[in-house]
Design a binder for this molecule. Structure first.
Ligand code: GLY
Length: 366
């Protein structure tokens, strides 16, 4: 069984690695693996903190992937010899003012109603847990199961694991798609028994892709800043505010994210976005002001009409979609990789991804 994966981000590489270890002959097509959204993402693994009202099916998938993360990174670290930066740090959700607190209380009620592990804390308790938080914060909640990973390390580890598992990497851009074939920008065709579309926000751009499929994925811009300094982090858990999140890494770095902007394929970093992210971060964690600003970046999330990924076969039964992960691409890598490798190897979609079939959108049924 020969598989061609379009896209060498965390999703495409995870699928390639898991499929290759099941004995499939896999080729990944990407001119710059890991340089898309995976290279910008903060790596917060936050199914509970980022739950949205009415998205319970997506929550179940997110929780399942979070559950698989420790095993996934242990396997990957063994296969590659690279540490992924996975940290079971936990997360605090923080309310800065009375409005934030009212919204947070409502969200905590919803989360607890779903049986999720969330503990509401008063301001003093919160600051005892995280002394780096501003004295004025009004209260919050601790989510013990929302963690983090370093997406750049994850990509580095996946590239090595893929090579060791026999995956072929073609460093060219995929320009077109046909039944059982991907056309490279130079015109050459890479044939397979199946093609996996895992090109994130760029999934819709391939010539020859049925228009009704292409219409399902759109780019959603996210800007982030990376800060560094001696003594960082001033916080030990991820911090989630109403307008911003902070992800403290072990190696003296804090990632602050992220805007959510509908601007097509624009990846310009704007002064206003950086200003707003830093202002909101400093309001929550004042010591952030002392850190060096080492990087600003913008990435494109692959959005879908219902914010959930597209996982499974299409009307072209040899074309498998593994895209549209929107805000959860890093989080959903383990479950996506396991499920898509299973689908490719057996022809049967495992139950956890059935609800996320692209065929849920009526227009791709035929
Ligand atoms: N999950 C974080 C983000 O998309 O910004």
């Amino acid at each position: 069984m020969r598989v061609v994966v379009v896209g060498g981000g965390v999703i495409g590489l995870s699928i390639a690695w898991r499929a290759a270890t099941r004995g499939l002959a896999v080729t990944v097509v990407d001119p710059e693996p890991g340089r898309g959204a995976s290279g910008v993402a903060a790596g917060m693994l936050a199914p509970v903190t980022e739950v949205h009202y009415g998205e319970e099916e997506l929550l179940a998938l997110n929780l399942e992937s979070a559950r698989r993360y420790p095993r996934f990174v242990a396997d990957l670290e063994e296969a590659s010899g690279i540490r992924t930066g996975y940290r079971a740090s936990g997360t605090v959700a923080v309310a800065r003012d009375a409005d934030d607190l009212a919204a947070l209380d409502e969200l905590v009620d919803y989360q607890r109603g779903l049986g999720l592990d969330v503990e509401r804390l008063r301001s003093r308790e919160l600051r005892r847990l995280e002394p780096g938080l501003a004295p004025g914060v009004r209260g919050g909640a601790v989510v013990a199961g929302d963690h983090q990973v370093d997406p750049r390390r994850l990509v580095a580890a996946l590239l090595i694991a893929c090579r060791r598992a026999g995956v072929t990497l073609r460093g060219e851009r995929a320009a077109g798609i046909r039944r059982r074939s991907v056309i490279l920008s130079g015109g050459q065709a890479v044939d397979g028994d199946a093609v996996v579309m895992a090109a994130g926000a760029w999934s819709s751009g391939l010539e020859g892709l049925p228009a009704e499929l292409a219409a399902l994925v759109r780019p959603v811009k996210g800007q982030i800043v990376r800060l560094r300094g001696a003594g960082t982090p001033a916080i030990s858990r991820n911090v989630r505010g109403a307008e911003v999140y902070l992800v403290p890494r072990s190696e003296e770095e804090v990632v602050v994210g992220a805007t959510v902007e509908e601007r097509g394929f624009d990846v310009e970093v704007t002064a206003g976005a950086v200003h707003e992210l830093l202002r909101a971060a400093i309001e929550l964690v004042p010591d952030v002001t002392e850190l060096g600003l080492v990087e600003t970046a913008a990435g494109l999330r692959p959005g879908t009409p219902d914010n959930a990924p597209l996982l499974g076969t299409t009307a072209w039964d040899d074309l498998v979609l593994a895209t549209g992960h929107y805000r959860n691409g890093i989080l959903l890598a383990p479950v996506t990789a396991d499920a898509v490798a299973e689908l490719l190897a057996t022809g049967v979609a495992p139950t956890e991804i059935v609800a996320f079939s692209p065929r849920r959108f009526e227009r791709v049924l035929t």
